[in-house]
Design a protein around this ligand. Structure first.
Ligand code: B16
Ligand code: MG
Length: 216
């Protein structure tokens, strides 16, 4: 019997990948680097600084900036990203999310967020679902990012659930690997990518029966 849910944010609760893409594409362009949507797929679930490092390596500019300069570049990208989120609202929740969270609440199943995004609290507030979550792991406190299991273990601990009794929801391959390494049941969410290692994969949360899921 499972008794806790751990959610990734981008790609599971809402889809902000398109906004990350616009902001990274603009920043890369200002450095003479062109990225496309295929390259953007490799940034999903990856932290802000690691994303910048990947873009600089892709454009063979990895040795051209000091740490302080890279921090300024990451800040510039984030400023544009946050501006693009200005109109985010409940209508930007992915299909089935609100209903699923409401059902979890009815069943007294605690929920927490395991997202690499430092913007997670602000995004959840704009989406109107912040109150469904008992805890949001602060990515600044992590030693390692996904696929390391650390963020998922912390997310389970924060709501008082043993990893073996928790279910993790993820849209990225690195996240599925982290969930499995943490010893949790992994629900992959994607209509387009095959998420290797997921215990079950669905296109959206509308396909899941919460009561059946809890008995797993
Ligand atoms: P921020 P997730 C991740 O979110 C995104 O998928 C990834 O593209 C982004 O770089 C990362 O958050 C950091 O986001 O710049 O807002 O701190 O999928 O782990 O919820
Ligand atoms: Mg994600």
């Amino acid at each position: 019997m499972k008794n806790g849910f751990i959610f990734d944010l981008d790609g599971v609760i809402t889809d902000t990948a398109k906004f990350h893409y616009i902001a990274w594409k603009d920043l890369a362009q200002s450095l003479g680097i062109t990225i496309d949507e295929t390259f953007n797929e490799t940034l999903k679930g990856i932290s802000r600084m690691d994303s910048l490092d990947k873009i600089l390596a892709y454009g063979q500019r990895e040795n051209d900036f000091t740490l302080a300069e890279k921090e300024a570049l990451a800040q510039k990208k984030n400023d544009e990203y946050v501006k693009l989120l200005a109109d985010l609202s409940e209508t930007d929740l992915l299909p089935g999310v609100h209903d699923f969270l409401a059902q979890a609440k009815e069943h007294n199943i605690p929920c927490s967020i395991a997202s690499a995004s430092k913007n997670a609290p602000m995004i959840l507030e704009k989406l109107g679902v912040l109150d469904f979550f008992g805890h949001i792991v602060d990515p600044e406190t992590l030693k390692k990012g996904k696929p390391d299991p650390e963020i998922f273990v912390k997310a389970a601990e924060s709501i008082g659930v043993a990893p073996n009794d928790a279910i993790g929801f993820e849209d990225a391959q690195a996240g599925i690997e982290g969930i499995k390494a943490a010893g949790m049941y992994a629900v992959g969410i994607s209509a387009t990518e095959v998420l290797a290692g997921a215990d079950i994969q669905v296109a959206s949360l509308t396909e899941l029966d919460i009561e059946q899921l809890l008995t797993i």
